[in-house]
Design a protein around this ligand. Structure first.
Ligand code: AMP
Length: 109
């Protein structure tokens, strides 16, 4: 049996999460613990544990970037993928963070 996955549950509609965007490949919804005034997660419907495991999925990865740009419209924004524990990944279902509404420093923490 597959491991439980919070994002698979959200994608499946288990919690009635409001989708800000959805198509056949992915959904977007607000992060529960926002790190910026706008903090949206773009999440593929299919379970891939992390970016490294989805490296061959060029079409899907392109879609995630395209949707990231669409959900923030024309504002300045930052896209982040935390891939693996040292990079800060906590949910092992591929997702793209889309952050906007404040200034972001560089280098990141
Ligand atoms: P990461 O640490 O890069 O794996 O990002 C996981 C993100 O998922 C974090 O920013 C969490 O705040 C967010 N998160 C975890 N559970 C939920 C949830 N049920 N609904 C929305 N966002 C969530």
């Amino acid at each position: 049996m597959a491991e439980p996955c919070i994002f698979c549950d959200i994608v499946g509609g288990k919690y009635g999460t409001k989708f800000l965007y959805e198509d056949e490949a992915c959904v977007a919804f607000a992060d529960v613990k926002p790190m910026a005034p706008t903090h949206i997660l773009v999440v593929p419907r299919e379970h891939h544990p992390r970016l490294q495991a989805a490296a061959e999925e060029e079409k899907l990865l392109g879609r995630l970037m395209s949707v990231a740009a669409k959900v923030v419209k024309d504002r300045d924004f930052r896209v982040v993928v935390n891939d693996g524990a040292d990079a800060g990944q906590t949910v092992y279902h591929l997702h793209v963070h889309v952050l906007s509404g404040r200034h972001f420093g560089w280098p990141p923490g």
